[in-house]
Write a protein that binds this ligand. Sequence first.
Ligand SMILES: [Zn+2]
Length: 428
Amino acid sequence: MKILKGIVLSFNKNPFFNNIEDSVNIVEDGGILINDGIIEEVNNFSAIKNKYPLAKIYDYGKYLITAGFIDCHMHYPQTGIISSFGKRLIDWLNEYTFPEEKKFIDPEYASKIASLTLDLCLQNGTTTVSSFCTSSPTSVNQFFEEANKREMCVVAGKTCMDRNAPEFLLDTVNSSYDESKKLIEKWHNTNRLVYAISPRFAPTSTPEQLECLGNLWSEHPDCIMQTHLSEQLEEINWVKQLYPKAENYLSVYEKFNLVRENSIFGHCIHLSEKELEILEERNSSVAHCPTSNLFIGSGVFNLRSFNEKKIKVGLATDTGGGTFFSMLRTMSETYKVSQLSKFSIHAAQLLWLATMGSSASLNLENKIGNIEKNYCADLNIINLSSTKEIEQRKNQSNNIWEAIFPTLIMGDDRAIVSTWVNGNEVKV
Ligand SMILES: [Zn+2]
């Protein structure tokens, strides 16, 4: 048994729909009891220590302890092309992404980048990611193997594309079904791994492929389905040309039974009211990727419009279109993007998006994303004075939220003192 001591922050309710005081529980002299990877008790440190005098103590003093961050949409094969210059979405894919993804038929290269990516995530306090792989099953196998080695909970799947991409990356209707099915049987629910059926997006799949993947999902309904939706205007026009009978972009996916609970759509910048209504009705989720939306020039995500319909929103880096592995940097950009819509996001709400928001978006909200009895012990130890600029601002704070906010806005991996995965410290 282990006891972590520090300032423990956990959620009772969603702070977007309840007042902050009722939503968040902060125990300044807090303790977390962990047994065999699972959180058994959260209380005052002294109360837990008295109850379990033999447990090993990890004293983090005045550091903040939160649930590990969850990045609900990223592309691990794009780690090598992060920060590539000057393209919008479709050119970005052709110029940078597709040539890089070709390399992942080589298990050694796939394993190297998977390992590098997961280590970068952990270094930044991200304990779970949902990643697209490439169209090669090798890319999926190597990613899951590396995640397994680290005892991480990750969501991933083979990216399916049977048109509008280079020949060397294309699969077919049949091979996308067969390969995805084989991967589901091999990996889904093995240890902490979750499979995501992953058509890249409507333009790179024929209607026949989307139909086939809809069928596959109905055979494995507890898998996640992840794809992209309404990222850029050129993309939306392209979808209109490819699917002329579709009422809107989302209805393309809807027609093939790809819109329901356990589906997560990346970006969702330019949605119509009708599309928002469908997402609400179907209890689908959305991945907000602010650094990518700014970097590729996609547009401004309107968080308020999703909140009004209580559509689940998680936070994501979308690396390599996004520019940081850090969820702290991502929270900072989330705040700024939302300011453009005159909607100020409280520190508690930012932390919610990066933990419970993302876990709910991936249907994992009963296992990860909070510090609560029976949750997996995936945790972050955060220094709220990690740089001089942050420290001097924190020293002027009048309450705990003013002490936390500068780290969410100016913090990066230097603020992550230590990360815990499955009840073990993985970085000191
Ligand atoms: Zn993406």
